[in-house]
Design a protein around this ligand. Sequence first.
Ligand code: AMP
Ligand code: ZN
Length: 136
Amino acid sequence: MNCIFCDIIKNEDHDGMIYSDPEVVSFLDIRPLNLGHTLVVPVEHHTDFREMPPESMQHFFAKVQQIALAVEKATGADGFNIICNTGEAASQTIFHLHYHIIPRFRGDNVFRRLEFKQYNSETEMRSFAEKIKKHL
Ligand code: AMP
Ligand code: ZN
């Protein structure tokens, strides 16, 4: 299978390598939204978040948190976004699961063009919540 992240993991050859253990690797994104923008990636190839086995989540998310705190401290950021694009419609371009940690600075306007939708009524909001609850 042709996967750029599997290649990086196999060769551990990346100028921005930050962390690796048998289950998780982390390296800098080559197109950072802010400097220090970091990716955290499971070693095992899963196409996206939908396929991640729940039993690997504890270690993975402990590492996401540890690395996010390190990114924040190292960059002097005021906060960070943790993002996992899932599916083409959500702008996923590399189909090996990964989390983005994006250090954020007050007023940096990284996501300035967000447009918020509105529920038309409380009933509509309740009906969305009910629909989602049915699938839990
Ligand atoms: P996504 O849109 O969530 O699939 O994001 C994929 C990310 O991987 C993008 O932000 C790319 O800049 C990043 N990326 C692609 N190739 C590399 C690479 N060789 N090293 C580091 N980051 C990469
Ligand atoms: Zn892969």
